[in-house]
Design a protein around this ligand. Sequence first.
Ligand SMILES: O=C(O)CCC(=O)C(=O)O
Ligand SMILES: [Fe+2]
Length: 321
Amino acid sequence: MSTPTMQEQLKNQGFVVIRQLLSNQEVDFYLNKLAERSGITKANFKAPGAGRGFDQKGRQASWNLPDGVSKSRDFWPLIYNERLISTVRELLGPDIRFLQHTDLHVGLSAVAWHRDSVNRKFGLGPDWDESQAPYKIVRVGLYLQSHAESSFKLGFIKGSHRPETNITLGRRLSETQITWMGALSYLSPKAQMWAANAEWIATEPGDGIIFDPRTLHSGSYIIGPKYSMFVAYSIENVHFYHHQHYYRHLRPELNYGDLDPELIQTLKAQGLYLDQSPVYTHIEGAWTPAPMLKSLLAKRIKAGEQGVVRICRPSIHRTKS
Ligand SMILES: O=C(O)CCC(=O)C(=O)O
Ligand SMILES: [Fe+2]
């Protein structure tokens, strides 16, 4: 049997792993910028009591910034990184555009099974309807730490992004199970590892994981530094419009803003800018956090913007953004 192509992997399993997508120099550059932006250096993670990484009780510092890549000029080159763009073009086609759905994470692993799409309930809502337009959105996670130092893996439930015409009982049961497992992350950050049908990817510096945001995924329990960045791209169609509108306007607690005019100019020059997209008053079935989680997220994100680092038991920093 021949190895599936990248396109087949994305289509069938919902994700593709690109080893060493970033060069060693790029890894060093972005590591330094993330340490600068967050105030958490790798050295801080080394020993309990050593500083902002782990505190005296072994609790871990974390920092995250939604819309972080667009909001931080130093990270803009990531959006139009040549190797990344050509890989995404191979996957989606030549006419990709930047999709404003980005994050910067330090010391944070998203430990709960979740989707990053607008419609997070399997099969429900326009994200799952490809009769008029194909869902051609990818989110890209770029990792800067080694597996040995962090223990980090990103888990996926293969095929959980695929709208099926006949949804089997088995599929429904597995969706319910995984939702409950997500809730267990409040009790144990290791609970997500119990999912029987998950594939876990140990990441190394510079590795990129390109995934369909409808694919169920979870970060693992971590024991050390984790530095990651997320960007997104899409082909222009209704799914792009929904996704763009959702993060920019329907998730105010994440505090997305207008793109910097200079970034817009650069994106235009690179052919990556989508000029106009519709504004919606409502998107059917769009997931929003419960009010309590919403205000918690809003507070954390405001603090993150001001450079405040949170201290927490390792790996229980839930964002589900
Ligand atoms: O922990 C990770 O690297 C995954 C992050 C994630 O799933 C998210 O930010 O939505
Ligand atoms: Fe996610």
